[in-house]
Design a protein around this ligand. Structure first.
Ligand SMILES: Cc1cc2nc3c(=O)[nH]c(=O)nc-3n(C[C@H](O)[C@H](O)[C@H](O)COP(=O)(O)OP(=O)(O)OC[C@H]3O[C@@H](n4cnc5c(N)ncnc54)[C@H](O)[C@@H]3O)c2cc1C
Length: 476
């Protein structure tokens, strides 16, 4: 990995210059070398190649949470939906698990981010410091390995915080419930090295990590009847086919979807389900949550083989021979393996804050039209850089990029069309929507709002979504 972090070298630089600023100066100090930090840096350099940027990350290389994820993780959606604007992630690998397009695994993603960073450093505009962190609310870099070593960075323009979204994964935090001494609770990372057989396997959680863990166990020969799935709430998943279809099929899907009439959230969700945009895993259990896991129908069929599904709310305690949940407890064979998949990847931030301020950019979900797009995370980083590069006031930038509320209420998916259309109108008024959507579209990150569908049909669908949003507001 090409990076110029070397504490000894930096220290020598400090001494040689006999200055506390160490010669570390930049236009933007980017905190975090995950998708958000790198995606922002990439697009800013594409648009303003003279910009000097310093990137700092606690990890020893680029890639953010992918460095810590379980080894059998893959992107939810095709590789083409993920990454930075200037480099594609897909590299011609065959599809798997009933997919029709390639989906990168952890190593592919880490290699990709390594290459992205290398390209940035080769421009001479970017310096990256790993095994370091930026002290809260300062531009002071501290070494993780030698915490006494700090380096002040002089930032001419802004600090870019790529950590606010706080991606949470099980391996990096203790289980949020009690675990009795002697009970075996492990993060999914452990499964890759599994050598012993266990009398039973309890997968805790209903998100993509839990689904991946179950599929992994069964692909390694664990019989479905030994797998117990603790599902606090049934979830809708997004049908991966919607993200793999050629344009003409997507157009057909939208025409069919938007021709439908609905007024309540329940009806709307039924229609999304009827057209297989969202899918439920278990036919008899109506989902009350949507965590945006994207699955193929093959994967869903495999998950349906699990018969031991426990619906008693969240786990409170894993004992030696039982699990206590919110609404009851279940027996568990002594020696069973519990796989903790209860982290929620990213939190809905109630403390959202303006993305742009005088001296700071706080990267958050803000894309004007992400509906139907699996590329929200990729597009949000690039979009923020795109807006930062525009000659506008901070207030104008904040009107273009308002943080989107995210939570697991499935009905929110119905509000997206109206809310995004409203945002798009701001962008159009400022005359930059077309340029932006072309940039994103060229990367394959087009939104449903840009699919060429009969305008009157689209307008009707937006109006229906608007009605729903207003009805929900009145109910509150
Ligand atoms: C298992 C899993 C699978 C996912 N799959 C997909 C997918 O298929 N498609 C998709 O679009 N999204 C997916 N996501 C969502 C994912 O969170 C985003 O796609 C994206 O990778 C998040 O990038 P990030 O830069 O926000 O966060 P991170 O990857 O967490 O990067 C933040 C970085 O900031 C660093 N950092 C934190 N604090 C400091 C500090 N003070 N100083 C210096 N460095 C600091 C951390 O070390 C970390 O490297 C997935 C998430 C998870 C957990």
């Amino acid at each position: 990995m090409l990076s110029d972090f070397d504490p000894a070298k930096l220290e020598a630089e400090v001494e040689a210059q006999n200055t506390s600023t160490t010669g570390l100066d930049c236009d933007y100090l980017v905190i975090g070398a995950g998708l958000l930090g790198l995606g922002f840096t990439d697009e800013l350099l594409n648009l303003k190649p003279d910009t000097k940027i310093i990137i700092v990350d606690k990890h020893s290389q680029a890639g953010g949470h992918w460095n810590d994820d379980y080894a059998f993780v893959r992107l939810h959606a095709p590789s083409e939906s993920y990454g930075v604007v200037s480099q594609r992630l897909e590299n011609g690998l065959p599809p798997c698990h009933g997919d029709t397009k390639e989906r990168a695994n952890r190593d592919d993603i880490l290699n990709y981010f390594g290459k992205v960073l290398e390209t940035m450093i080769e421009t001479g505009q970017v310096r990256a410091f790993f095994n370091c962190f930026v002290e809260p609310d300062t531009s002071m870099i501290r070494s993780c390995t030698s915490p006494k070593k700090t380096f002040q960075v002089s930032v001419r323009k802004k600090i870019v915080d790529g950590t606010f979204m706080k991606v949470e994964i099980p391996v990096l935090r203790p289980p949020p419930y009690l675990v009795s001494a002697g009970a075996t609770v492990v993060p999914p990372n452990y499964l890759f090295t599994l050598e012993t057989e266990f009398p039973a396997y309890y997968v805790l959680g209903a998100g993509k990590t839990a689904m991946d863990s179950i599929l992994w166990l069964m692909s390694r020969g664990v019989p479905a009847d030994l797998v117990h799935w603790i599902v606090p709430r049934d979830v809708y998943v997004i049908n991966r086919t919607c993200h793999e279809m050629p344009d003409k099929d997507q157009k057909r899907l939208l025409e069919a979807l938007w021709a439908e009439e609905w007024s309540t959230g329940k009806q709307g969700l039924n229609i999304y389900e009827k057209h297989s945009v969202v899918l439920r895993i278990f036919a008899d259990h109506e989902p009350t949550s949507l965590k945006y896991a994207i699955l193929s129908q093959t994967e869903i069929a495999e998950l349906r083989n699990v018969q031991n599904v426990v619906r008693l709310g969240h786990v409170q305690k894993v004992g030696l021979d039982s699990i206590t949940l919110q609404h009851g407890s279940i027996p568990m064979p002594v020696g069973a393996l519990c796989i903790d998949c209860t982290a929620c990847a990213f939190h809905s931030r109630k403390d959202r804050r303006p993305i742009f301020s005088d001296k700071r950019i706080t990267l958050q979900c803000c894309v004007p039209s992400p509906l139907g797009s699996a590329s929200v995370w990729s597009a949000m980083a690039a979009t923020t850089a795109f807006v930062e590069a525009q000659p506008m006031t901070e207030d104008e930038k904040n009107i273009l990029c308002t943080p989107i509320i995210t939570n697991d209420d499935p009905e929110l998916i119905l509000a997206g069309l109206y809310l995004n259309d409203k945002k798009r109108q701001h962008w159009e008024r400022l005359g930059i929507y077309e340029v932006w959507s072309k940039r994103m579209g060229a990367r394959g990150w087009a939104s449903w709002l840009d699919v060429e569908v009969d305008p009157s049909l689209k307008a009707r669908a937006v109006a229906q979504s608007r009605q729903f949003v207003f009805a929900r507001r009145e109910q509150r």
